[in-house]
Design a protein around this ligand. Structure first.
Ligand SMILES: [Fe+2]
Ligand SMILES: [Fe+2]
Length: 470
């Protein structure tokens, strides 16, 4: 029940960003939160959530960071940190609150983040209309932010869960078992929640390659990138989940293509290419066979159908209509091409460096890709995307660990790598390329050249797990 309460509190706090108090989803989130709280309050006088040493304590007991639920704990800890408080205490008055009351509380929390002294402001607002049902715990405020490496590990666990859930569904399809999609749906929901907290880690983890099987790795990467892009453009949480599932299954139809063609190291013949082109339609056919509600299927099936159709409706499968491609289709198309270009394939062992892949996408903007989405995408991954291997003017080598922002004129951060005698690289420290030399006013470090990390035998996602730069 404690986990349920935490999850519902987390959800409640996301709602006012998108919906007003009257909205059906908002009322449901508030009602569910109140229900969970009231159940707990039948057993104790109060519910105290408190951060201590980067851990969340529930009425004095430490909550374990299990895979499921960890994202909500981590979300609340980040929120406490942002609000500069130690925790929250829900008291007996909680039993009297209404859904609109709960929504009002969630709105206050969001508003407080903009204030200079958020905790003090919250105390005043909460008690403005009488004794409040929730109190601020100040305590001995310690740093509650979870170390970067731990968050990266959490993201990594989600990655492998998403990977395995897709593998299971594919296996079920191959064996004609009509598999359900409860597991992929659940993990995509968690990834969406994670993306709200820290999209940069997801972008870092989306650089994973050749986990085992290219199609599955590629599909998870495309799902992660699509979710992050969906979030950038302000899609609702629900839509992000449908987008993520749609992206995860976009190449499901590849299971119908003979492996000799998929793994062919030399260029495909015309006949073989025709077979490959059938995979979008195959994906549709396979998705329709999944054991899931027709509503859900309807929302996820269009993206896979359209993902090789270009913005100007060229590409495949051939269509004879003028209707523009759906938003999901346009998002998945960009993320698909980006991941495909930046992955090593049997016919192209050294992939295209990430910044050059972005350049190639930008060059086809308006023809192959939706120009507005391309701008958002470039802004999201940065001109130098996370995971790019760079050589600096100082001779140092490293990986872009934060992409910077064109809009804010922020240059990226780089995780420096140390070359060992054996030729292998180990991780050193993170440096900020915005730093200038105080005497000359020049940037201390600039990027001299970019390469794909795999050319140096490096898996960026693995390196990011070793750092703690926040
Ligand atoms: Fe595809
Ligand atoms: Fe693909």
């Amino acid at each position: 029940m404690r986990e349920v309460f935490i999850r519902r509190l987390f959800r409640l706090l996301q709602i006012p960003r998108i919906h007003g108090a009257e909205n059906r989803l908002a009322v449901r989130a508030s009602t569910e939160f109140i229900h969970a709280g009231n159940q707990l309050l039948t057993e104790s006088e109060e519910i105290v959530l408190e951060a201590r040493h980067g851990r969340l304590f529930f009425s004095g007991q430490k909550l374990l960071m299990r895979r499921q639920g960890a994202i909500y704990i981590f979300g609340l800890l980040s929120m406490f940190e942002e609000l500069q408080l130690s925790g929250l205490k829900f008291n007996r008055r909680f039993a009297e609150i209404s859904p609109s009351h709960a929504h009002w509380f969630a709105r206050l929390i969001i508003e407080a983040k903009q204030k200079e002294d958020p905790a003090k402001w919250l105390v005043a607002e909460l008690s403005a209309s009488g004794p409040p049902f929730v109190e601020i715990v100040f305590g001995n405020r310690q740093k509650s932010r979870i170390p970067y490496a731990e968050k990266a590990e959490m993201a990594h666990r989600m990655y492998s869960f998403a990977y395995n859930s897709l593998k299971d569904v594919s296996q079920g399809v191959i064996e004609n078992r009509r598999p359900g999609i409860r597991k992929p749906l659940r993990i995509i929901q968690e990834i969406v929640d994670f993306a709200i907290q820290d999209p940069s880690i997801l972008l870092g983890i989306a650089t994973i390659q050749d986990y085992d099987d290219y199609t599955y790795t590629h599909s998870v990467n495309v799902a992660l990138l699509s979710i992050c892009l969906g979030q950038q453009i302000g899609l609702s949480e629900n839509s992000q989940v449908f987008l993520g599932v749609s992206a995860l299954f976009h190449d499901l139809g590849k299971i119908d293509i003979p492996l000799e063609i998929i793994n062919k190291p030399t260029p495909l013949t015309e006949e073989e290419f025709k077979v490959v082109q059938q995979h979008s339609l195959n994906s549709v056919r396979q998705i329709l066979k999944l054991h899931a509600g027709s509503d859900l299927i309807a929302r996820i099936v269009l993206g896979p159908f359209e993902h090789h159709l270009k913005y100007d409706l060229s590409g495949y499968p051939e269509v004879n209509w003028k209707r523009p491609i759906s938003l999901f289709g346009r998002i998945i198309e960009i993320c698909d091409v980006y991941d495909a270009l930046t992955s090593s394939r049997i016919y192209r062992p050294v992939p295209v460096p990430r910044d050059r892949a972005l350049g190639m996408i930008a060059a086809r903007s308006g023809k192959d890709f939706d120009p507005v989405l391309v701008k958002w995408f470039i802004n999201m991954v940065g001109i130098f995307p996370v995971g790019t291997f760079v050589v600096l003017n100082t001779g140092e080598k490293g990986l872009i660990s934060e992409g910077g922002s064109i809009e804010k004129n922020r240059r990226p951060k780089v995780l420096l790598l140390k070359e060992e005698k054996s030729g292998r690289f180990s991780t050193a420290k993170v440096v900020d390329l915005n730093r200038r030399d105080p005497e000359t006013g020049q940037y201390r470090r600039t990027i001299k050249s970019t390469h794909h990390a795999s050319a140096f035998g490096i898996q960026p996602a693995m390196c990011f797990m070793e750092i703690d730069h926040r």
